[in-house]
Structures are given as C-alpha cells and as structure tokens.
Design a binder for this molecule. Sequence first.
Ligand code: ZN
Length: 137
Amino acid sequence: MRSTEFSVRTRQEEEFVDITEEVRRALRSLKADNGICHVFVPHATAAVAINENADPNIGRDILWALDKAVPKHAGYRHDRIDNNAAAHIKASIIGPSESVPVREGDIVLGTWQDIFLCDFDGPRERRIIVTFVGETE
Ligand code: ZN
C-alpha cells in the first residue's frame, strides 16, 4: 500500500472541482500499476464524487438538488455552534471517498466520468489523500 496527498484551493462557498488529473499524477508518483485507488478528503464539510465531466451543469445541478433536500439554516442544532450544519449534512450524503480500479498505472473511468472534490463550506484549502493498494512498477 502506498499513499500520497495533494491540496486544492476552492474558490466558492459550494463548488465541484475536477481533480481527475491530480489523482492520475498522484498514482504516477506512487508508481501504481494494477490495483485499487482510494481518494479521500479528511474534511467534515467536503466530499468526493464521481460523475459527468462533459457538462459542467451536472455539478451545479447536484449542488442545486442538495440545496433543495438540505436547505441552509433550517433549524439545525449545529448552526448554533458554527453555522454550517447544511454543509456537514451534504458532505455526509455524498461521502468522503471513492474507490476506482487502476489498470496499467491509470484509473479506469467511464467516458463521461471524472473525479470531483465537492466543497460545501468554501472557499478553503482542501487536502485529498490518494492511497493505492495493489501491484507497483
Ligand atoms: Zn461545523
């Protein structure tokens, strides 16, 4: 097992940032060959998602749908502490990690899939930990 990390600075309060190329670079630095890549954000108000890359509206639509399901300041107890309960709930719905197969050093994604960091309480510097389990070069 090998692990590395990189960070991404988000620009908006809520944002999907395509991190596919950074994950590919991380795998090359780990000399990954065949196995599984685990992508994890160590943050309680951020998440990792795999979805469509071609139409940037998909990320906006997901944010819009999450906002409908989890409106801000809807009486959450945590808002009394640091006013970002909706961000925590959205991060829990999407989840902090994804696992992707790796073949011959590269992640295997569908034609329309990319890996996104989802920030629900930005803008901030977000860490992404990439762990590779499998055969190395
Ligand atoms: Zn909080």
